[in-house]
Design a protein around this ligand. Structure first.
Ligand SMILES: Cc1cc2nc3c(=O)[nH]c(=O)nc-3n(C[C@H](O)[C@H](O)[C@H](O)COP(=O)(O)O)c2cc1C
Length: 366
């Protein structure tokens, strides 16, 4: 699997593993791929500690940081102003869904903690992005930064390039990919609509070669529905030079899922991963749950723009998490969830992918 991408980063295998969990990123990196940690998920001081720990546990290997630069965030409002800023009908709807389900209110200390945190959506603003970048550039093993929700602004590309850090961006169409290259990106992740998280509408099979052709000779990583070595072989056949996976790691023992949620992921079918706007105001592929069903009901309001929708649902999602209300908790998931059949270690998933890739090549050669 050695190619331009493995050379670009000095890694052994061009498998990139997106995750919210530092341990998952560490394991993928140590298995020869590149772990990609979602920085926007953490408060800045937490991120500094996490990256220091990742440096210590990855033996000098490079890793990636994923940042949610969003072009259209909407108004970012502090949690203390939440009730004044949000439409009452929306707040009442969310309260009713949770109250009807018997989910306890947030304990006062958790509410107080949420008030101290940066407001929802802050991480997508210029100020929030710069805070993250200042931390990232202090960690020399962070060799790659991926912009998740749009072309990275020039100030970001310049700052990272001046430190020798490669910059990439996620694309859901050939037009997006061209914009990313114009913005100075060194590589592009072409993410098909079957992926977990925020996606476009074009499936991987159609999208990957379209992006490869649109931006050649810039390298492309394939994302959306990759969960085996056969998918990797297909991605290479379609012109991509590496893969970027997210969902497949969720079944791993090291993932952020609780044992109950992991069971739910293992039981889920591909069609249970549905695209809805209820968590962030933008189309997000998540596992279907009683929470998504409630928003699908005819009496549900329309989701708000990104920052407002996050402000609306953040306390509700926290309540569900604390109550361990598994029926109501969906979590982000791609359609490849249907392939997760048992709990495994990350190292096993990586070894199986590589063996399956080699078998695929043997079959093709025959
Ligand atoms: C739990 C989860 C959270 C995600 N959150 C983000 C995110 O914060 N930023 C991002 O760039 N992509 C995010 N994604 C998308 C991944 O980066 C990746 O593109 C996607 O998972 C690839 O498709 P797959 O889910 O079929 O593997 C997320 C995916 C999952 C499964």
């Amino acid at each position: 699997m050695r190619n331009r991408i493995t050379e670009m980063f000095g890694i052994e295998i061009p498998i990139f593993g997106f995750t919210h969990k530092p341990e998952v990123a560490i394991e993928i990196t140590n298995a020869g791929g590149m772990g990609a940690l979602a920085a926007s998920y953490y408060q800045p001081e937490e991120l500094e500690k996490i990256l220091t720990d990742m440096d210590a546990k990855t033996g000098g290997r490079p890793y990636c940081i994923d940042v949610l630069f969003a072009n259209r965030v909407g108004q970012v409002v502090p949690m203390s102003e939440r009730l004044k800023a949000l439409p009452k009908a929306h707040v009442d709807f969310v309260e009713k869904v949770l109250d009807d389900a018997g989910i306890p209110s947030l304990p006062p200390e958790v509410e107080a903690e949420m008030l101290r945190e940066k407001p929802p959506g802050h991480g997508h603003t210029e100020e929030g992005v710069l805070e993250v970048l200042e931390i990232v550039v202090r960690h020399p093993q962070a060799r790659f930064v991926l912009s998740a929700m749009g072309a990275p602004p020039a100030y970001v590309v310049d700052r990272l390039h001046s430190r020798g850090i490669k910059v990439g961006a996620m694309a859901g169409s050939a037009e997006h990919a061209r914009k990313h290259v114009e913005a100075g990106c060194d590589l592009v992740v072409a993410q098909g609509s079957e992926a977990g998280g925020h996606t476009g509408v074009i499936s991987s099979m159609v999208l990957w070669p379209e992006v490869v052709d649109a931006i050649a000779p810039i390298p492309v990583l394939a994302a959306g529905g990759v969960g085996s070595g056969r998918h990797i072989a297909a991605a290479f056949a379609l012109g991509c030079e590496g893969v970027w996976c997210g969902t497949i790691w969720l079944g791993a023992s090291e993932s952020e899922l609780t044992p109950e949620m992991r069971k739910k992921f293992i039981a889920a079918k591909s069609q249970d991963a549905i695209q809805r706007k209820y968590d962030t105001g933008k189309p997000l592929r998540v596992l279907r749950s009683k929470w998504t069903d409630a928003w699908d009901a005819p009496d549900a309001p329309e989701p708000l723009p990104l920052a407002s929708q996050k402000l609306l649902v953040a306390p509700a999602l926290k309540r569900l998490e604390l109550a361990n209300a598994v029926d109501y908790m969906g979590y982000i998931s791609g359609q490849i969830v249907g392939r997760i059949k048992k709990e495994q270690r990350i190292s096993e998933i990586m070894s199986e992918m590589i063996a399956d890739y080699e078998n695929a090549l043997t079959r093709l050669a025959q």
